[in-house]
Design a protein around this ligand. Structure first.
Ligand code: PEP
Ligand code: MN
Length: 351
């Protein structure tokens, strides 16, 4: 666990906007000055101009006549409460790599699998089906956050082993939920990507802990969290040094009781306007209904999502968790036929 000084308390951020046609030598010089001040630069070369995001001690920045350096046009504070997760800091879309699969920048993650790992054979069968249909990342929970303490809680480490084995067999990277900071080293040994579930989106110690690893993180929106809350939680991970964060819209609680949650698809373009982080959509937990999942998955991709996250089970009636919302492999296959056509129209690729 991280007991050291908490970086986030002292993380002001500025952006240095360079003049058009600044030479590479001038940029090198500016970067050198920033590093000399003990600050961390992040360069983004845009079509029009280059900007340098800087994080570190604001006093150091203010004391320095940065504007006097040749090539510097403006020095601006980032006013948003999230800094590293903001578009101001990093104008270009970020791409997160999960094994060989790129997420973002026009590349779609298709994450599919059962809610929980229930055994080798069933997972092997489901993985074969979703892979054949076009999924590129296998999901399955080994630690399950259940509303009732009497419900199936997941297979634990045995489940992680199965997930790893099956993922390797089918050549798919795997994502699985980590619920507690103490589980991070264990899950890190087996998974290609950590999932932080809706119920843990504001478990700040957990966010810091995964932030200290090099593993990509799938951060799900809390069921009563605003888009800003979600971005602030991402900021916790980024502030610890891990830049590999993918957000996930999975519906929020509302008065509507005919669906499990209310899918906020506007969160996709809303996030994209404010942040370069990839965002995917989970229509399974959002709607809880197989009759609605395909339409919402298509709508998500049309809205600009960087992927989808769908629960699939070969025998939903026997599933140990979330059976009623699982798509059958055949339904998932049909959905993927649509998603491929949509991806074509939108100029996106499915790695
Ligand atoms: C899940 O992915 O199985 C899950 C529990 O999701 P959420 O955290 O979005 O409820
Ligand atoms: Mn589930």
């Amino acid at each position: 666990m991280n007991d050291g000084p908490r970086l986030a308390f002292r993380l002001p951020a500025m952006i240095i906007v360079l003049r058009p046609h600044t030479t590479p030598q001038q940029i090198d010089h500016i970067v050198e000055r920033i590093v000399q001040l003990g600050l961390k630069p992040h360069i983004s070369h845009g079509e029009q101009r280059t900007i340098i995001g800087v994080i570190g001690d604001e006093r150091k920045l203010q004391a320095e006549p940065l504007l006097a350096i040749p090539g510097v046009e403006q020095v601006l504070p980032i006013l948003k409460p999230f800094k590293l997760a903001s578009r101001e800091f990093r104008p270009q879309d970020m791409i997160v790599h999960v094994g060989p699969v790129a997420i973002g920048g026009g590349s779609l993650a298709i994450i599919a699998g059962p809610c929980a790992v229930e055994g080798y054979e069933s997972l092997d069968q489901i993985a074969g089906e979703v892979k054949k249909a076009g999924a590129n990342i296998l999901r399955g929970g080994a630690f399950k956050p259940r509303t009732s303490p009497y419900s199936f809680q997941g297979m634990g480490e045995a489940g992680l082993q199965i997930l790893r084995e099956v993922g390797d067999k089918h050549g798919m990277p795997v994502v699985t939920e980590v619920m507690d900071p103490r589980q991070v080293p264990l899950v890190d040994r087996y998974a290609d990507m950590f999932q932080i579930g809706a119920r843990n989106m504001q478990n700040f110690d957990l966010l810091r802990e995964v932030g200290q690893t090099k593993r990509p993180v799938l951060l799900k929106r809390g069921m009563s969290a605003t888009v800003r809350d979600l971005l602030m939680s991402a900021e916790y991970i980024l502030a610890e040094g891990n830049q590999q964060v993918v957000l996930c819209e999975r519906g929020v609680r509302s008065f509507e009781d005919s669906t499990r949650n209310m899918l906020d698809l506007s969160a996709v373009p809303n996030v994209k306007g404010q942040s370069p982080l990839p965002i995917i959509v989970d229509p399974s937990h959002a709607t809880g209904r197989p009759d609605l999942i395909p339409a919402m998955a298509r709508a998500a991709v049309a809205a600009g999502a960087d992927g989808i996250h769908v629960e699939v089970h070969n025998c939903p009636e026997k599933a140990l968790s979330d059976g009623p919302q699982a798509l059958l492999p055949q339904q998932f296959q049909e959905l993927m036929d649509d998603i491929r056509r949509l991806a074509d129209v939108l100029g996106k690729t499915i790695p």
